[in-house]
Write a protein that binds this ligand. Sequence first.
Ligand code: GLU
Ligand code: MG
Length: 444
Amino acid sequence: MRDRRQGPEQAVDREVRLVRFLYCDTDGITRGKAAGTAHFAERLEGGIGLTVAMQAFTMLDHLAPVPGMGPVGEIRLVADPTTFVVAPYAAHTAVVLVDMMTTTGEPYDADGRHFLRRVVERAAAHDLAVVAAFEPEWSLARWDEGHLVPFDRSLCFDSRGMDAAAEVIDEVIGALEAQGMAVEQYYPELGHGQQELSIRHAPALQTADQHVLYRETVRAVAHRHGLHATLAPKPWPDQPGNGCHLHLSALDVDGDRQRFHDPAAADGLSETGRRFAAGVLDHLPALVALTCASVNSYRRLVPQSWASAYRVWGHDNREAALRVVSPYWGREAATVNLELKPSDASANPYLSLGAVIAAGLDGVERGLELPDPVEVDPATLEASPERLPTSLGDALDRLERDPVLLDALGHRLAGCYLAVKRHDIEAFAVEDSEFEFRQHRLRH
Ligand code: GLU
Ligand code: MG
């Protein structure tokens, strides 16, 4: 494993010819422009220009109607040099993640990365340094007469599935490690062609950055093998969904103490952890608009799919939206964490993680109490618990009625988010379901 902070100075040493300036857009698509290296210092200093319209672009490359996001106006993509990595999957190429700035050098108020930074600062005021990990599932597909089909028919955790995907997985791991991302676990998941490969948790901003680089890596490596990796929430109607569960815990800002751990609590979860969880649960119907961010997401959130469909929490309950994860013996303080199940990789990770932390902080600030846990499959209860929103439209309605999340996002970011997502809903509504599956398989 090498240090990911290799530094742009090394670009020339390694014969990098292009540096991709990448950002994740409002609709969760990673986009960017690449700079040549001859005058790279100028680019590092002043950034690369981008039309303001791009944050109103949708996953179908439609321009959603958002005031101030049309043909007139410009922002700058400004490299965060701490994110610079040489891309192991593209020749002579490096990647740097960017902050969006106005032409006068202010943070652009429709930038998700800036939003997450703001929320992280708010958490620090509570002596909380949130640590997070996305747990991505994705499907390896191959082309068959113009259609993407699952790459194999392996079983859940099946060692034959490991063999079938071994070459691709080995190259993915090598590429992730070259970028400083340490692999935690790998296994073939339940679905045909479905893989789960998780990387180590990190501070919130780094986690979102790494998730963007992770997605880039998985897709690019699969492509090099003539395959296609899709992180779409529900790539095929007859196959399980791809979750991207979000694990959360918190240190104090000095990094000495696990703030979500209390050795005296039966489940190890501290009062702060419980309040944070209560905040997430409280805002969950609105929050899913950001964590399950695509039209396709809601095909995944159905009962008895281990994806979560109800607004409940429980201990090691894989049908609960929020799961308190049992700690590992001997490492209790470091391993107690919350797992949010209604989360998938069609989300912009800066927006989803930022919104989840904002919801958790609201629980901490208001001293919210958790309701009783649900320790069975909620679908089997006689009195059915509250369902999570069953469509992106319902979730957006809830978001529009959640002043805490709207406030945290800020007027401009919330406005363009709602407009882009509403535009997607309209665009998919006039097409058949196969169009929706295909577009999500291709774009996410
Ligand atoms: N594929 C399931 C989901 O959509 C998760 C299965 C599991 O990891 O338990 O979230
Ligand atoms: Mg899984």
